[in-house]
Design a protein around this ligand. Structure first.
Ligand SMILES: *[C@@H]1O[C@H](CO)[C@@H](O)[C@H](O)[C@H]1NC(C)=O
Ligand SMILES: *[C@@H]1O[C@H](CO)[C@@H](O)[C@H](O)[C@H]1NC(C)=O
Length: 380
């Protein structure tokens, strides 16, 4: 008996010493629910809707997200499951112009409407009216647009813009996760080739955008560029590659894409490692990550912390967890009592803080993505 209690004591000590430094107390459910309702209220652009749908899925329906269960998802869901995601995707498909290939108007962006595609595919897969092919057709049209209509570079990178060939880091979160998810549901050789296309787009985008530090530029090619290492751009790229990786990993084709999965892990880690080198004492990253005259940006800090928790859950490498914990504490203290994330970059100028009284729709989503990643990391 003495022996046993000594062991328990020892186990208790080990737990204390093993706990990562700066473990923050979780953001409360009440706060998360305010963050969410604000997100729902202000997300209107295609990429904001796609990101919000992903945030809802990861936060509330984790077994249906690519981080949760095996793919494809079950055909029959318990009543009410993912109802908010399905309702929103349904509304979009029912309102879609049948003559347009993209799911919604992307304001000239090729990639952004595709971000909604994962939720449309989930809606199709789990629909109760099995005779309704509208969702499948809409998702198919969106894929056709990306693969057969959108402009490309000579080596095959799909342009993020429709009027000229221009590559934006943002694209990596918007289109490749959709192409990969399409492939994971399709399965077989057709599915495998879609998973490979998603991987290849990540690879090409990295070739064009990566600087020697490992950070990615924001926008290259076309009539103007943004060569800064934009925090949100790096977060989009890392988080998009992570979704592609997890889609491959949870698909039936995972064993056929081993080297692609290890490449993606190392490319994500490259951005994460290069970013946290520039973390400030209070946990924030700057909007232009490596520029000391830039300003603190909570949006990119939140999404890069989410990626850091998810990657550590996957690889068991905890070397960046203390940076993620510091970032989590900063995000927690940056959400005000009404559920708004403060100190965000204006997501449409890229280089100025959000004006007083205005908020970042994607920033609201990033808080939910961070909360889901933090929860899943600690549940391991
Ligand atoms: C839609 O769901 C059906 C199964 O009901 C499936 O056969 C089809 O491939 C799905 N469409 C897409 C684009 O995934
Ligand atoms: C965190 O630190 C940075 C750099 O010192 C500063 O600009 C920013 O305002 C700080 N953020 C908060 C929320 O205190």
């Amino acid at each position: 008996m003495i022996h046993r209690s000594a062991l328990i004591l020892l186990a208790g000590c080990a737990a204390v010493f093993a706990a990562p430094t700066n473990t923050a107390v979780s953001i409360s459910d009440a706060t998360i629910s305010k963050v969410k309702s604000n997100m729902l209220q202000i997300s209107t652009h295609s990429w904001e809707i796609g990101t919000a749908l992903e945030a809802l899925t990861e936060l509330e329906w984790p077994s249906l997200s690519v981080f949760g269960g095996s793919l494809p998802p079950p055909v029959k869901l318990p009543s009410g499951t993912a109802s908010d995601v399905i309702k929103w995707a349904t509304k979009i498909v029912k309102a879609k112009d049948p003559k347009s290939l993209p799911l919604v108007d992307g304001d000239g962006a090729v990639g952004d409407p595709a971000s909604i595609g994962v939720a449309v595919l989930l809606t199709n897969w789990t629909r109760t009216n099995r005779g309704d092919h509208e969702f499948s057709t809409a998702a198919g049209h969106q894929l056709t647009y990306l693969l057969d209509k959108a402009p490309r570079t000579s080596d095959g990178a799909i342009s993020h813009r429709s009027e000229q060939v221009q590559l934006w880091a943002d694209f990596v979160y918007m289109a490749p996760p959709f192409i990969a998810y399409y492939g994971a549901l399709k399965g077989g050789s057709g599915g495998l080739s879609l998973l490979k296309i998603a991987y290849k787009q990540c690879k090409l985008y990295r070739q064009y955008l990566r600087s020697s530090s490992g950070l990615w530029k924001h926008i290259v090619l076309g009539s103007w560029q943004d060569n800064h290492h934009w925090g949100t751009g790096n977060a989009w790229a890392a988080a998009g590659m992570l979704r592609v990786l997890e889609t491959i990993h949870h698909s039936k084709l995972a064993s056929k894409m081993q080297s692609e999965q290890s490449d993606l892990k190392s490319w994500i880690n490259e951005i994460v490692s290069a970013s946290w080198k520039h973390q400030h004492t209070n946990g924030t990253l700057f909007n232009y990550i490596d520029e000391s005259d830039s300003f603190a940006d909570s949006s990119s800090t939140a999404l890069l912390a989410a990626v850091t928790y998810r990657l550590a859950s996957l690889t068991g490498d905890n070397s960046h967890i203390s940076a993620a914990n510091k970032a989590y504490s900063l995000i927690k203290s940056s959400v005000d009592s009404n559920g708004w994330l403060r100190n965000t970059v204006d997501p449409e100028t890229f280089d100025t803080p959000s004006q007083p009284g205005s908020h970042s729709p994607e920033g609201q989503s990033f808080v939910l993505l961070l909360q889901a990643a933090y929860r899943d990391y600690h549940a391991k």
